[in-house]
Ligand binder design. Structure first.
Ligand SMILES: [Ca+2]
Ligand SMILES: [Ca+2]
Length: 293
């Protein structure tokens, strides 16, 4: 645990600026009144189904001190899709209402947004033993630092990364292979294997068909939810088609994220606009025909 001096200096400058502007000293927009120790966020337990790299989610344990609250900051430290955004930070918003059929008990989903709307939350009491964070800033082939903040106290960063680019392509590698009923563990997808093939496409389609009592080879929501740029926390035809396009060589199509954590140029409400534009696949002069659903 340590005090992050950049935050302290930033707060001093911010307060000074506010004072000079209107003669008042405003309180910071988050955090309790008194600094205190804060636990470091932790990786998901080794061997757990979510202990893996993903495309559009990062997953970790908030690990706040029992009965106390923290605000979670996510900083982009490395990016192949948008290196110009490296160093940018967004803040985890309140967890979305529970009940998503693709999420086990004790797991939550939250979006990224600006600091002004950051959530100061007892994440464990909120039922978020594991937190899956998504949004436009979470992209494949990227690295992030996650810090917990409580007043002036800042945790050590937890380093988390999304998938490595598979082969000559840059995204869509969701899983490895399906273990089957005799596998160890049985009926589970192994972690992304650096290859984008039929198994990744099948995993997304089976998750789309899944849900409560659905296909036994459905993947986790955070594994199969790839689209649109402003991730919608459901797995449907759009996620399946994006995986197919990725298999055909289409590069990651979304972003960059803005300061609010949104994709300002997200192609359409559900990404459909991207399908209407013929694409020259791999520069070979082969135009992809529009696909109608
Ligand atoms: Ca794969
Ligand atoms: Ca989706």
């Amino acid at each position: 645990m340590r005090i992050r001096f950049g935050v302290v200096i930033g707060c001093m400058l911010w307060v000074t600026s506010s004072h000079a502007k209107d003669g008042k000293i405003a309180l910071p927009p988050y955090g309790p009144a008194s600094p205190r120790a804060v636990n470091d966020p932790l990786p998901v337990d080794p061997g757990a189904p979510n202990d893996r790299r993903k495309n559009r989610y990062i997953s970790f344990k908030p690990n706040n001190i029992t009965g106390e609250t923290t605000t979670l900051e996510v900083t982009l430290t490395g990016s192949l899709p948008h290196p110009g955004l490296e160093g940018s930070s967004w803040w985890v918003q309140p967890p979305l209402p529970p009940g998503n059929p693709l999420l086990p008990d004790g797991e939550c989903v939250a979006l990224l947004g600006p600091q002004t709307t950051a959530a100061d939350i007892d994440w464990v009491a909120a039922g978020c033993r594991v937190l899956h964070v998504t949004g436009c800033p979470i992209e494949p082939t990227s690295d992030y630092d996650v810090r917990a903040v409580a007043g002036a106290e800042v945790s050590n960063p937890l380093d988390v990364s999304t998938i490595l680019k598979p082969g000559s392509k840059f995204w869509g590698d969701c899983v490895g292979t399906f273990t089957g009923p005799a596998g160890d563990p049985p009926n589970a997808w192994t972690p992304p294997n650096g290859v984008l093939n039929k198994d990744d496409i099948i995993a997304v389609i089976k998750t789309w068909q899944g849900g409560p009592g659905g296909a036994p080879n459905a993947a986790h929501l955070s594994v199969a939810d790839l689209a649109p740029g402003n991730v919608n926390r459901v797995v449907n035809y759009n996620d399946a088609l994006q995986t197919i396009w990725a298999f055909h060589g289409t590069m990651y199509p979304y972003g960059p994220a803005d300061l609010d954590g949104a994709c300002s140029d997200d192609p359409g409400v559900d990404g459909q606009d991207a399908y209407w534009e013929p694409v020259d696949l791999r520069g070979l002069g082969i135009a992809r025909a529009p696909l109608y659903i």
